[in-house]
Design a protein around this ligand. Structure first.
Ligand code: T4K
Length: 384
């Protein structure tokens, strides 16, 4: 009988750099006595990211949600925006805070990103933009969306919260569309405790975003727009700089975990894995989603989710419910039946994946999932 894990296995854990390295960085902050408002460490972090992404059209924020809100406001997006209901709620909140009406359309069944055909069918005279999400770090249908945006003169905005480190050919995923937002939240494979970043095509937006994140101040006596406070601070920037050094290592470890899950779960009837990504995509292994088919597996997703908890494994149902089913968005009329999004949202389970998750633990999680197939094993009793 498989025993429950002694300590909880969460869906993710933040990567932490060696403590001595972080303490050295803290010493610098103490010496500078500069904590926020465009401090020297923030500027260094900003420059490192500009070098990596080979652009100056980049702006840092205290979190991804405010970054996206500011992006929409700074770009003057209004009216209706076509978007996905299969995402974290912040994607839609950013529209709502800008008084923009979300138009939810369906996703495609392989990688769960916006279905371009559905996008095109939903365009009205009020549509101003498409807000697509590289969900789990899977690139959207980039060419098809770009083509639709160009033909209909729409802005193309990507919520790339999950996609730091993803490349398509030699290009970072941040270079597609008019703008991309990345989240540096602690639960992301790359993080700065909390944080967000915008990368954008139009150089003129940089000044606007800089104003909007700092109360609209141009100088000590001039406020040129009603901005907010969305500045990244020195502690966040320090964490970002230090985690960045380990990014490749982190992705390699996650890649091994992903391979193991895929190898072990491939044969389990009723467990669907995402198809391998196209060979020109460098993936970041941000999430480990599986779909659970109740008929074939003999247990539905929610039961598996609960059973895993009995083993001290805390998988998550990212993304359930759909955004349009949350109480605060139920009044938004949805014309698309969202057939795929509804099915996926009912069947999806994201399994634990993080740097520091032992390979032997992944093997046990797979064993548990295999054994639960059609109730093949006796369930464990938790030590009280
Ligand atoms: N767009 C998309 C597509 C997003 O996914 C997100 C955020 C955003 C926009 C907004 O970006 P930010 O404003 O957040 O930068 C988490 C994150 O809070 C959220 O950032 C993320 N998406 C979302 C997918 O996941 P929760 O409510 O599920 O997090 P929580 O606190 O339950 O953490 C999950 C697990 O991680 C815990 O069970 C344990 C572990 N954990 C968590 C934290 C914070 C740790 O071990 N240590 C920690 O410090 O939302």
């Amino acid at each position: 009988m498989i025993k429950p894990f002694e300590k909880p296995i969460y869906v993710t854990r933040p990567y932490l750099p060696p403590l001595e390295e972080f303490c050295q960085g803290l010493q610098e902050i103490w010496d500078n006595r500069w904590l926020t408002n465009n401090g020297p460490i923030l500027q260094r972090f900003n420059q490192e990211l500009c070098n990596i992404f080979e652009t100056d059209n980049l702006c840092l924020f205290n979190n991804g949600t405010l970054a996206l809100q500011i992006a929409l406001q700074g770009m003057g997006i209004s009216g209706e925006v076509i978007t996905t209901p299969y995402t974290f709620v912040a994607t839609t909140h950013a529209l709502f805070w800008n008084k923009i009406r979300p138009v939810f359309v369906d996703i495609e069944p392989e990688y769960y990103t916006l279905d371009p055909e559905k996008v095109e069918a939903a365009i009205t005279p009020w549509t101003t933009a498409i807000l697509a999400v590289h969900v789990y770090g899977h690139p959207c249908k980039l060419n098809a969306l770009a083509d639709i945006a160009r033909r209909h003169n729409l802005k193309l905005i990507y919520d790339a919260a999950h996609a730091f480190g993803v490349k398509v050919g030699n290009n970072s995923i941040g270079h597609f569309g008019d703008l991309s937002m990345f989240s540096f939240h602690s639960t992301k494979l790359f993080h700065s405790i909390e944080g967000g970043m915008l990368i954008f095509r139009e150089a003129g937006l940089k000044g606007v975003f800089d104003y909007l994140k700092n109360f609209g101040f141009k100088n000590e006596v001039e406020v040129v727009m009603p901005g907010t406070n969305a500045k990244m601070n020195e502690m966040q920037a320090l964490m970002g700089i230090q985690v960045l050094k380990y990014l490749e290592e982190i992705m390699q470890k996650r890649s091994k975990i992903t391979d193991l899950y895929r190898n072990r779960l491939r044969e389990v009837p009723g467990i669907r894995l995402v198809p391998s990504l196209y060979s020109d995509i460098k993936y970041n292994y941000a999430y480990m989603p599986i779909e659970v088919d109740e008929q074939e597996y003999g247990m539905n997703r929610d039961t598996l989710y609960e059973k895993l908890k009995e083993y001290n494994v805390y998988a998550r149902r990212y993304f359930y419910p759909l955004i349009c089913d949350y109480a605060c968005y139920r009044s938004v009329s949805v014309k698309d039946p969202l057939t795929v999004a509804r099915r996926v949202s009912e069947q999806i389970l994201t399994l634990p994946i993080y740097d520091g998750l032992e390979i032997s633990d992944v093997e046990i999680i797979c064993e548990i999932i295999k054994s639960l197939f059609h109730g093949r094993i006796e369930l464990p009793r938790r030590n009280s």
